[in-house]
Design a protein around this ligand. Structure first.
Ligand code: F6P
Length: 459
């Protein structure tokens, strides 16, 4: 059997405990079952990192091979080109894009360093799966060094409309580099279509059919693979969490008020400022709701060196204070906003307790929180999901109340509709959403990608 080699920017080194990022959550089950190697950055910055060999650790049948970044690489490759240029570009947020040529140069050289350090660890029977926007050139670099093993690439973010790519320095090069992989996977059919269009228009790939491209004589399979969660497991975690101290405390503190709940990284793509404005509009437009609802938003700090994230934090601090000062009353604080992350099981319990899951990213590759909210509900008395129509998850969860994440009235009306919804309608909508996710798993997602990658290259 072939050995699976996962390559991603961030690797959850076992001794550090798992970070709760979406990519990590979906890949850990796959590697735990298949065994193999996970290669990438260990999360550490060190001035000598560029000269140190990979550190190898083994845990639970998985080999973790990791390298550090130098402070300059962290600044230029990670904070800079990956998260200040590519991340907002992939999410079609041009106003957040910041670009410096030296950051692009560092992005190339860190990808080369990933390649050089990975090459000696590869075996002839490996199957290589590269993840995400940090590593767009890596498949081409590996090929240039003679790697013939099957290479797959999955993009966890959206793939933007081709015009957005014009704002990417070297956009055409990235497309040509990606086309050196054997299988390219995207979250939604729209992302796949955007990529095919861009690859044919800007990189000169020939479109054979809707899932096959030919570039420089090499056949590339392209497909849509929506990332999934482990729904039954998450449902059990949420149910078990209800009888814990954390949940009793939250429930007691609500004093019978209805709970609106959101959880995200503090990231400009998540639409947090508009989300708060939508809630404020609910309280203004439907004043009878005042004193009877509480909005709990967890926004765990993330990528704190990126300027647009710092600006968001400043804006939110102002907005939170203003909202509570204007709308609050002596015995009622309308908004509770936490920047510390909470344990996954506790969050699952908060979701189950909530009357409304309020998840309104400006754009999102998938948004697993939306799927987790559905899985966490009590089927007899489910809460309502208010979801941005621009999250990849909205394609599957179309029985949720879908909103425009920029339209504060739309969000306020959806919150009101959710608060007033009959039990029968809540059950129907929840059941339709549950049916969309219940028979899929994160593991199944990974295996289906790998099976197609294998079949593509066997041919
Ligand atoms: O695709 C985006 C992503 O990699 C997610 O999977 C994850 O939640 C997040 O970014 C983690 O970001 P970072 O590694 O920058 O902390």
């Amino acid at each position: 059997m072939k050995r699976l080699v996962i390559v991603s920017n961030r690797v959850p080194v076992p001794t550090e405990g798992l970070r709760p990022g979406g990519l990590v959550v979906v890949l850990k089950d796959l590697l735990a079952r298949q065994g193999g190697m996970w290669f990438g950055w260990n999360g550490v910055c060190h001035p000598d990192a560029a000269h140190l060999p990979p550190e190898i650790q083994e845990s639970g049948g998985v080999e973790y091979a990791t390298i550090g970044l130098t402070p300059a690489e962290h600044r230029n490759y990670y904070t800079g080109f990956s998260n200040s240029t590519l991340w907002p570009l992939m999410h079609s947020l041009p106003e957040c894009i910041h670009f410096e040529r030296r950051e692009l140069a560092s992005y190339w050289s860190v990808n080369e360093r990933f390649c050089e350090n990975l090459l000696p660890l590869l075996r002839p029977d490996d199957i290589i799966w590269i993840h995400d926007y940090h590593l767009l050139p890596l498949a081409a670099l590996l090929r240039r060094h003679g790697v013939r093993q099957p290479i797959g690439f999955f993009l966890h973010t959206p793939f933007p409309a081709p015009d957005m790519l014009a704002t990417a320095p070297d956009g055409g090069t990235f497309l040509r580099d990606l086309l050196k992989a054997d299988l390219l996977g995207f979250q939604t059919a729209d992302d796949t279509a955007n990529f095919i269009f861009a690859a044919s228009r800007k990189a000169g790939a020939r479109v054979v059919d809707e899932e096959t491209l030919v570039f420089e004589g090499h056949k590339v399979r392209v497909g849509t693979f929506p990332v999934e969660i482990a729904p039954q497991h998450f449902a059990a975690t949420a149910a078990a969490a209800m009888d814990t101290e954390d949940l009793h405390r939250l429930s007691g503190s609500l004093a019978g008020r209805r709970l609106i709940f959101g959880v995200d990284r503090m990231d400009p793509t998540k639409g947090l400022d508009h989300r708060l404005a939508g809630y404020e509009r609910l309280l203004e437009t439907y004043p009878a709701r005042q004193r009877h609802v509480t909005f709990l938003q967890i926004a765990a700090e993330s990528r704190t060196d990126v300027a647009s994230y710092q600006a968001l934090r400043n804006r939110l601090e102002h907005q939170i204070g203003k909202l509570n000062a204007h709308c609050g009353q002596a015995d009622w604080t309308p908004l509770r906003f936490l920047t510390r992350g909470s344990p996954r099981a506790t969050v699952a319990g908060y979701m189950r307790l909530a009357d409304i899951g309020y998840i309104t990213p400006l754009r999102d590759g998938m948004n697993l929180v939306a799927k987790e909210f559905i899985a966490a509900q009590d089927p007899e008395n489910p809460g309502v999901l208010v979801l941005s129509r621009l999250a990849g998850a909205a394609k599957q969860l179309d029985a949720a109340l879908l909103v425009n994440p920029l339209d504060h009235d739309d969000m306020a009306d959806a919150l009101e509709r959710a608060l007033a919804m009959s039990l029968t309608e809540r059950r129907e909508r929840w059941q339709a959403c549950w049916n969309a996710i219940a028979n899929r798993t994160a593991l199944g997602w990974g295996l289906s990608f790998l099976n197609i990658l294998q079949a593509t290259t066997d041919r």
